[in-house]
Design a protein around this ligand. Structure first.
Ligand SMILES: C[S@@+](CC[C@H](N)C(=O)[O-])C[C@H]1O[C@@H](n2cnc3c(N)ncnc32)[C@H](O)[C@@H]1O
Length: 287
Protein backbone atom coordinates (compact mmCIF):
# COMPACT_ATOMS: atom_id res chain seq x y z
CA UNK A 1 0.00 0.00 0.00
CA UNK A 2 1.33 3.48 -0.79
CA UNK A 3 1.18 6.08 1.93
CA UNK A 4 -0.22 9.38 0.56
CA UNK A 5 2.30 12.23 0.77
CA UNK A 6 5.12 9.90 1.90
CA UNK A 7 7.39 11.22 -0.85
CA UNK A 8 6.15 14.80 -0.61
CA UNK A 9 8.12 17.66 0.95
CA UNK A 10 6.70 18.06 4.50
CA UNK A 11 5.51 21.61 3.71
CA UNK A 12 3.22 20.14 1.05
CA UNK A 13 1.11 18.50 3.77
CA UNK A 14 -0.35 21.98 4.26
CA UNK A 15 -2.02 21.66 0.83
CA UNK A 16 -3.91 18.59 2.06
CA UNK A 17 -5.04 20.46 5.21
CA UNK A 18 -6.50 23.28 3.17
CA UNK A 19 -8.21 20.78 0.87
CA UNK A 20 -9.72 19.09 3.95
CA UNK A 21 -11.28 22.38 5.05
CA UNK A 22 -12.64 23.01 1.53
CA UNK A 23 -14.08 19.48 1.46
CA UNK A 24 -15.80 20.10 4.82
CA UNK A 25 -17.38 23.35 3.58
CA UNK A 26 -18.44 21.66 0.32
CA UNK A 27 -20.22 18.93 2.31
CA UNK A 28 -22.40 21.42 4.24
CA UNK A 29 -26.03 21.83 3.18
CA UNK A 30 -25.54 25.63 3.41
CA UNK A 31 -22.17 25.57 1.66
CA UNK A 32 -20.75 28.81 0.30
CA UNK A 33 -18.84 27.12 -2.51
CA UNK A 34 -18.65 23.67 -3.94
CA UNK A 35 -15.29 22.08 -4.53
CA UNK A 36 -16.30 18.56 -5.56
CA UNK A 37 -12.63 17.51 -5.90
CA UNK A 38 -11.35 18.69 -2.51
CA UNK A 39 -12.21 15.40 -0.79
CA UNK A 40 -9.84 13.55 -3.15
CA UNK A 41 -6.93 15.49 -1.64
CA UNK A 42 -8.15 15.75 1.96
CA UNK A 43 -6.05 12.86 3.13
CA UNK A 44 -5.03 14.30 6.46
CA UNK A 45 -7.53 13.14 9.10
CA UNK A 46 -5.60 15.06 11.78
CA UNK A 47 -6.67 18.39 10.42
CA UNK A 48 -10.05 18.56 12.14
CA UNK A 49 -8.37 17.84 15.47
CA UNK A 50 -6.02 20.80 15.24
CA UNK A 51 -6.59 23.01 18.26
CA UNK A 52 -8.60 25.87 16.86
CA UNK A 53 -9.62 23.71 13.88
CA UNK A 54 -13.03 25.41 13.68
CA UNK A 55 -11.35 28.77 13.46
CA UNK A 56 -8.94 27.52 10.76
CA UNK A 57 -11.89 26.05 8.81
CA UNK A 58 -13.73 29.40 8.97
CA UNK A 59 -10.58 31.25 7.89
CA UNK A 60 -10.10 28.96 4.87
CA UNK A 61 -13.77 29.27 3.90
CA UNK A 62 -13.66 33.09 4.13
CA UNK A 63 -10.41 33.18 2.18
CA UNK A 64 -11.77 30.89 -0.53
CA UNK A 65 -14.97 32.93 -0.94
CA UNK A 66 -12.99 36.18 -1.14
CA UNK A 67 -10.39 34.82 -3.57
CA UNK A 68 -13.13 33.36 -5.80
CA UNK A 69 -14.91 36.72 -6.04
CA UNK A 70 -11.79 38.81 -6.61
CA UNK A 71 -10.35 36.40 -9.19
CA UNK A 72 -13.55 36.39 -11.26
CA UNK A 73 -13.93 40.17 -11.01
CA UNK A 74 -10.30 40.88 -11.91
CA UNK A 75 -10.35 38.53 -14.89
CA UNK A 76 -13.62 40.05 -16.14
CA UNK A 77 -12.72 43.73 -15.71
CA UNK A 78 -8.99 43.83 -16.27
CA UNK A 79 -8.57 41.88 -19.55
CA UNK A 80 -6.49 39.19 -17.86
CA UNK A 81 -5.17 36.61 -20.33
CA UNK A 82 -3.20 34.45 -17.85
CA UNK A 83 -3.42 33.57 -14.17
CA UNK A 84 -0.21 32.48 -12.48
CA UNK A 85 -1.20 30.45 -9.43
CA UNK A 86 1.93 30.06 -7.32
CA UNK A 87 1.96 27.35 -4.64
CA UNK A 88 -1.38 26.26 -6.10
CA UNK A 89 -1.58 23.15 -3.93
CA UNK A 90 -4.84 21.31 -4.51
CA UNK A 91 -6.83 24.38 -5.52
CA UNK A 92 -9.28 23.42 -8.30
CA UNK A 93 -10.65 26.81 -9.40
CA UNK A 94 -10.18 26.18 -13.14
CA UNK A 95 -12.48 23.14 -12.72
CA UNK A 96 -15.13 24.65 -10.46
CA UNK A 97 -15.33 28.37 -11.39
CA UNK A 98 -16.47 29.87 -14.73
CA UNK A 99 -12.99 30.90 -15.82
CA UNK A 100 -13.21 32.12 -19.46
CA UNK A 101 -11.66 29.70 -21.98
CA UNK A 102 -9.48 32.55 -23.30
CA UNK A 103 -7.50 32.51 -20.04
CA UNK A 104 -4.43 30.30 -19.55
CA UNK A 105 -4.14 29.12 -15.93
CA UNK A 106 -0.53 28.31 -14.95
CA UNK A 107 -0.07 26.32 -11.75
CA UNK A 108 3.24 26.13 -9.94
CA UNK A 109 4.12 24.04 -6.90
CA UNK A 110 6.66 21.46 -5.74
CA UNK A 111 6.90 18.38 -8.01
CA UNK A 112 5.03 15.88 -5.79
CA UNK A 113 1.99 18.16 -5.45
CA UNK A 114 1.64 18.65 -9.20
CA UNK A 115 2.11 14.92 -9.92
CA UNK A 116 -0.47 13.94 -7.31
CA UNK A 117 -2.87 16.65 -8.49
CA UNK A 118 -2.64 15.61 -12.15
CA UNK A 119 -3.28 11.96 -11.25
CA UNK A 120 -6.29 12.77 -9.04
CA UNK A 121 -7.88 15.12 -11.60
CA UNK A 122 -7.36 12.92 -14.66
CA UNK A 123 -11.14 12.65 -15.20
CA UNK A 124 -11.96 16.30 -14.40
CA UNK A 125 -12.71 18.83 -17.11
CA UNK A 126 -11.31 22.34 -16.77
CA UNK A 127 -12.99 25.49 -18.15
CA UNK A 128 -9.74 26.84 -19.54
CA UNK A 129 -6.26 25.74 -20.56
CA UNK A 130 -4.07 24.62 -17.63
CA UNK A 131 -0.28 24.38 -17.53
CA UNK A 132 1.88 22.93 -14.73
CA UNK A 133 5.33 24.20 -13.78
CA UNK A 134 7.10 22.24 -11.01
CA UNK A 135 9.77 23.98 -8.96
CA UNK A 136 10.86 25.59 -5.70
CA UNK A 137 9.65 29.18 -5.79
CA UNK A 138 12.27 30.29 -3.27
CA UNK A 139 14.92 29.77 -5.94
CA UNK A 140 15.46 32.97 -7.96
CA UNK A 141 16.36 30.99 -11.10
CA UNK A 142 13.05 29.06 -10.97
CA UNK A 143 11.09 32.32 -10.66
CA UNK A 144 13.14 34.01 -13.37
CA UNK A 145 12.50 31.18 -15.86
CA UNK A 146 8.80 31.12 -15.07
CA UNK A 147 8.34 34.89 -15.32
CA UNK A 148 10.40 35.14 -18.53
CA UNK A 149 8.12 32.57 -20.12
CA UNK A 150 5.03 34.46 -18.92
CA UNK A 151 6.43 37.76 -20.21
CA UNK A 152 7.02 36.24 -23.65
CA UNK A 153 3.50 34.86 -24.05
CA UNK A 154 0.96 37.02 -22.21
CA UNK A 155 -0.15 40.66 -22.02
CA UNK A 156 -2.04 40.96 -18.71
CA UNK A 157 -1.33 38.53 -15.90
CA UNK A 158 -2.91 38.07 -12.47
CA UNK A 159 -0.61 36.37 -9.92
CA UNK A 160 -2.16 34.45 -7.03
CA UNK A 161 -0.26 33.47 -3.88
CA UNK A 162 -2.84 31.91 -1.59
CA UNK A 163 -1.45 30.38 1.59
CA UNK A 164 2.17 30.85 0.51
CA UNK A 165 3.65 34.08 1.88
CA UNK A 166 3.09 33.17 5.53
CA UNK A 167 5.56 30.27 5.15
CA UNK A 168 8.30 32.49 3.68
CA UNK A 169 10.90 34.70 5.33
CA UNK A 170 10.48 38.48 4.83
CA UNK A 171 13.41 38.42 2.37
CA UNK A 172 11.80 35.64 0.35
CA UNK A 173 8.40 37.41 0.29
CA UNK A 174 9.94 40.74 -0.76
CA UNK A 175 12.05 38.89 -3.34
CA UNK A 176 8.84 37.56 -4.88
CA UNK A 177 7.27 41.05 -4.85
CA UNK A 178 10.27 42.48 -6.69
CA UNK A 179 10.32 39.64 -9.21
CA UNK A 180 6.59 40.06 -9.98
CA UNK A 181 7.00 43.81 -10.37
CA UNK A 182 9.90 43.30 -12.74
CA UNK A 183 7.74 41.20 -15.10
CA UNK A 184 5.90 43.72 -17.35
CA UNK A 185 2.66 41.79 -17.98
CA UNK A 186 2.06 41.09 -14.27
CA UNK A 187 -0.43 43.81 -13.40
CA UNK A 188 -2.37 42.37 -10.43
CA UNK A 189 -1.37 40.22 -7.46
CA UNK A 190 -3.88 38.61 -5.12
CA UNK A 191 -2.59 37.33 -1.80
CA UNK A 192 -3.50 36.66 1.80
CA UNK A 193 -1.59 38.25 4.68
CA UNK A 194 -1.42 37.58 8.39
CA UNK A 195 -0.81 40.03 11.23
CA UNK A 196 2.11 39.39 13.62
CA UNK A 197 -0.30 38.68 16.50
CA UNK A 198 -2.37 36.18 14.48
CA UNK A 199 0.80 34.46 13.27
CA UNK A 200 2.05 34.05 16.85
CA UNK A 201 -1.34 32.71 17.95
CA UNK A 202 -1.51 30.17 15.09
CA UNK A 203 2.08 29.06 15.71
CA UNK A 204 1.03 28.25 19.30
CA UNK A 205 -2.32 26.66 18.46
CA UNK A 206 -1.14 24.48 15.57
CA UNK A 207 2.46 23.84 16.65
CA UNK A 208 2.16 20.04 16.39
CA UNK A 209 0.74 20.13 12.86
CA UNK A 210 3.26 22.76 11.79
CA UNK A 211 6.09 20.61 13.22
CA UNK A 212 4.78 17.68 11.15
CA UNK A 213 5.01 19.92 8.10
CA UNK A 214 8.49 20.96 9.24
CA UNK A 215 7.50 24.62 9.16
CA UNK A 216 6.42 27.67 11.17
CA UNK A 217 4.34 30.62 10.10
CA UNK A 218 6.79 33.42 9.42
CA UNK A 219 5.97 36.36 7.13
CA UNK A 220 3.44 38.63 8.86
CA UNK A 221 4.24 42.24 7.97
CA UNK A 222 3.39 44.98 10.47
CA UNK A 223 2.73 47.23 7.43
CA UNK A 224 -0.19 44.97 6.50
CA UNK A 225 -1.73 45.55 3.06
CA UNK A 226 0.92 48.22 2.35
CA UNK A 227 3.76 45.76 2.88
CA UNK A 228 4.90 45.95 -0.75
CA UNK A 229 4.28 49.60 -1.66
CA UNK A 230 8.01 50.31 -1.85
CA UNK A 231 8.24 47.60 -4.48
CA UNK A 232 5.51 49.11 -6.63
CA UNK A 233 2.45 47.25 -5.32
CA UNK A 234 -0.56 49.36 -4.23
CA UNK A 235 -3.48 47.74 -2.39
CA UNK A 236 -6.72 48.31 -4.30
CA UNK A 237 -9.04 45.99 -2.35
CA UNK A 238 -8.35 44.69 1.16
CA UNK A 239 -10.86 42.43 2.92
CA UNK A 240 -10.26 41.51 6.55
CA UNK A 241 -10.79 37.86 7.43
CA UNK A 242 -12.96 38.43 10.49
CA UNK A 243 -15.22 40.94 8.73
CA UNK A 244 -15.60 38.42 5.89
CA UNK A 245 -16.30 35.59 8.35
CA UNK A 246 -19.07 37.68 9.90
CA UNK A 247 -20.43 38.71 6.49
CA UNK A 248 -20.69 35.13 5.23
CA UNK A 249 -21.96 33.70 8.54
CA UNK A 250 -18.92 31.61 9.44
CA UNK A 251 -17.88 33.21 12.74
CA UNK A 252 -16.92 30.22 14.95
CA UNK A 253 -19.02 31.11 18.00
CA UNK A 254 -19.68 34.25 20.05
CA UNK A 255 -16.86 33.63 22.52
CA UNK A 256 -14.26 33.10 19.79
CA UNK A 257 -15.58 36.16 17.95
CA UNK A 258 -15.22 38.30 21.08
CA UNK A 259 -11.73 36.93 21.80
CA UNK A 260 -10.60 37.70 18.25
CA UNK A 261 -12.10 41.16 18.39
CA UNK A 262 -10.28 41.98 21.63
CA UNK A 263 -7.03 40.40 20.37
CA UNK A 264 -7.17 42.55 17.20
CA UNK A 265 -7.82 45.71 19.26
CA UNK A 266 -4.87 44.95 21.57
CA UNK A 267 -2.46 44.22 18.71
CA UNK A 268 -3.43 46.56 15.90
CA UNK A 269 -0.37 46.08 13.67
CA UNK A 270 -0.60 44.25 10.38
CA UNK A 271 -3.57 42.94 8.48
CA UNK A 272 -5.37 39.61 8.47
CA UNK A 273 -7.08 38.91 5.24
CA UNK A 274 -6.96 39.08 1.47
CA UNK A 275 -5.56 41.93 -0.53
CA UNK A 276 -5.62 42.69 -4.24
CA UNK A 277 -2.50 44.62 -5.27
CA UNK A 278 -2.05 46.60 -8.48
CA UNK A 279 1.39 47.16 -10.00
CA UNK A 280 2.52 50.77 -10.24
CA UNK A 281 4.54 50.47 -13.40
CA UNK A 282 5.82 54.04 -13.50
CA UNK A 283 8.51 53.50 -10.85
CA UNK A 284 11.67 51.55 -10.25
CA UNK A 285 11.68 49.17 -7.28
CA UNK A 286 13.55 50.09 -4.14
CA UNK A 287 15.02 46.69 -3.31
C1 LIG B 1 -1.09 26.07 2.55
S1 LIG B 1 -0.78 25.31 1.00
C2 LIG B 1 -1.77 26.35 -0.03
C3 LIG B 1 -2.13 25.66 -1.31
C4 LIG B 1 -3.15 26.41 -2.17
N1 LIG B 1 -2.69 27.69 -2.60
C5 LIG B 1 -4.46 26.51 -1.46
O1 LIG B 1 -4.80 27.59 -0.96
O2 LIG B 1 -5.15 25.50 -1.37
C6 LIG B 1 0.88 25.84 0.65
C7 LIG B 1 1.42 25.32 -0.67
O3 LIG B 1 2.66 25.94 -0.90
C8 LIG B 1 3.52 25.01 -1.53
N2 LIG B 1 4.88 25.48 -1.33
C9 LIG B 1 5.45 25.80 -0.14
N3 LIG B 1 6.71 26.21 -0.33
C10 LIG B 1 6.92 26.16 -1.68
C11 LIG B 1 8.03 26.47 -2.50
N4 LIG B 1 9.17 26.90 -1.95
N5 LIG B 1 7.91 26.34 -3.83
C12 LIG B 1 6.75 25.89 -4.38
N6 LIG B 1 5.66 25.59 -3.65
C13 LIG B 1 5.76 25.72 -2.32
C14 LIG B 1 3.21 23.71 -0.83
O4 LIG B 1 3.65 22.57 -1.56
C15 LIG B 1 1.69 23.81 -0.71
O5 LIG B 1 1.06 23.26 -1.84
Amino acid sequence: MTVPHADAAPISRTAAWVAAFRAAESARHDRLFNDPYAARFALDPGVSRVRGGNLAAAVVTARTVTFDALILRTIAHEHIDAVLSLACGYDTRPYRLPIPPSVTWIECDLPYVLRHKAAQLEDAKACCRIEHVAGDLRLPEVRARLLADVAARFKRVLVITEGLLLYLTPDEAHGLAAAFHGCPPVCYWLTDLMSPAARNRMNRMAHRELNNADTRLNFAPAAGARAFVHQGWDPVDARGTFAEMRRIGRMPGLIMGTVLHIAAALAPHGFNGTVLLRARKDMSTTT
